[in-house]
Design a protein around this ligand. Structure first.
Ligand SMILES: Cc1cc2nc3c(=O)[nH]c(=O)nc-3n(C[C@H](O)[C@H](O)[C@H](O)COP(=O)(O)OP(=O)(O)OC[C@H]3O[C@@H](n4cnc5c(N)ncnc54)[C@H](O)[C@@H]3O)c2cc1C
Length: 403
């Protein structure tokens, strides 16, 4: 086998691509794996711009891939962090109902969490909430003890160490520009040369649909980017939050609503909201990429989403341009916070797959096509679930890998 020939090429060195590559090196140690990444370092996009939460699995429809892989993935992530000395804290979180309309939804979440196999869930009254989070207020809350925090950029670095130690290669600054396929071989053209393999796994996150097209397939959904913006709680005001304080989410949307997260560094932030991004890697409100914008606005699915959710979208947009509106949403759970407590923080862009009929694809989606496997929709909690996703993706590709 020549220097440019591999058994498997994985596109994308985010938490998912790296977890998939790691699982291949574990299950098929004799296979040569190449991971190609367009940036000069790993975890440059979603995997390095997230809330760092190890989600419990409470939100997801029982039986869905998200539910199964989040619950098993969270346990695997905690174990992985423990084994490799990566800072993490299983601090638990509270989901707080602040209006009577939210109470039935909070109870639904409790039932859903139990159906998904979570242990230690407890519906608590306002006094118990105050013992756990002294500054939070609500009519009722749900305590989720298995939620935690870590740093997924550090997790990715450890994945790279293990992949490299197993003899496989992570090649950065290697943007994929073309893919040629025959029945037996795939050639991937990159900024650092052409490489061939028998199997290709597409884990390109915000560009997974474009890589799918490049490979000659027709993705069943298009990626629409949603930016999430954070504010940081300043100085001593961070003491208002002990761990994680979340609202009751609207079950019609895949996003969780702005919340407080005490990160593994001790910093407390609030967010993220969810607004349409004008560029797939548009971290600032002013970032605009005409190709990305055209890809969204010329898509029938985008307009159907816009028609269906315009009211919700307007509220998110208002919270994006008005700090007062953002803070107001947070005050319902933490009445003591005021505008001056917050300074602008980071941001991230979510890859949300949208079908032509305007559905926001909810579950993880892995689409095989002969000797290529496309990982097309892996939104939150995919960082939490990455090790479990790696297992399922490799199960799905196992036949291709054994040939
Ligand atoms: C704001 C926000 C908050 C979140 N919070 C959480 C959380 O608390 N907990 C949780 O579990 N999940 C969270 N998530 C979700 C989680 O971060 C993502 O689901 C996960 O990181 C997806 O990983 P990925 O590897 O698919 O994507 P990415 O990390 O985006 O990786 C894809 C990689 O592909 C590369 N690539 C793209 N095109 C090419 C090309 N042509 N050639 C070569 N390389 C290419 C990109 O450069 C990128 O590095 C959050 C996401 C966001 C945006």
């Amino acid at each position: 086998m020549g220097d440019s020939c591999y058994n498997v090429i994985v596109i994308g060195a985010g938490v998912v691509g790296l977890a998939v590559a790691l699982e291949i090196t574990r299950r098929f140690p004799q296979r040569r794996v190449l991971i190609v990444e367009k940036e000069d370092r790993v975890a440059r996009h979603q995997s390095g711009h997230n809330s760092g939460v190890i989600h419990s699995g409470i939100y997801y429809r029982p039986g869905s891939l998200k539910a199964k892989l989040c619950v098993t993935g969270a346990a695997a992530m905690v174990e992985f962090c423990r084994e490799h000395g990566i800072p993490h804290n299983v601090c638990g979180k509270v989901i707080v109902a602040t209006s009577s309309q939210e109470l039935p939804r909070l109870e639904d979440l409790y039932r859903r969490g139990r159906a998904n196999g979570l242990v230690g869930l407890r519906l608590i009254n306002p006094d118990e909430l105050c013992e756990i989070e002294p500054h939070a207020r609500g009519l009722k809350a749900l305590l989720v003890p298995s939620t935690g925090v870590t740093d997924y950029a550090l997790v990715c670095e450890k994945y790279v160490d293990l992949i490299s130690a197993a003899g496989s290669t992570v090649l950065t600054s290697a943007a994929v520009t073309g893919i040629k396929r025959s029945a037996k071989e795939i050639t991937v053209e990159t900024a650092r040369g052409a490489f061939s393999a028998n199997v290709l796994i597409n884990c390109a996150g915000l560009f997974s649909d474009r890589i799918s097209q490049m490979a000659g397939d027709r993705p069943c959904a298009r990626i629409v980017p949603f930016r999430g913006e954070y504010y940081d709680l300043v100085g001593e005001r961070a003491a208002l939050v002990r761990a994680l304080i979340y609202p009751v989410p609207d079950p019609r949307f895949p996003f969780l609503g702005v919340h407080f997260t005490r990160r593994i560094t001790g910093k407390v932030d609030a967010g993220p909201n969810a607004v349409l991004a004008l560029a797939r890697e548009g971290y600032r409100r002013t970032d605009l990429n005409l190709r990305d914008l055209a890809s969204s606005v010329t898509y029938s699915g985008f307009w159907r989403v816009a028609r269906r959710y315009w009211r919700h979208g307007l509220a998110e947009w208002r919270r994006s341009i008005s700090k007062a509106a953002f803070v107001q949403a947070l005050q319902s759970m933490l009445p003591e916070v005021v505008d001056e407590d917050f300074v602008p923080g980071g941001s991230g862009v979510r890859a949300q797959a949208v079908t032509p009929d305007g559905a926001l694809v909810d579950d993880f989606q892995f689409v095989p096509s002969r000797n290529v496997l496309h990982v097309l929709n892996v939104p939150s909690p995919a960082a939490t679930a990455s090790l479990a996703i790696g297992r399922v993706v490799v199960d799905t590709a196992a036949k291709m890998l054994s040939n």
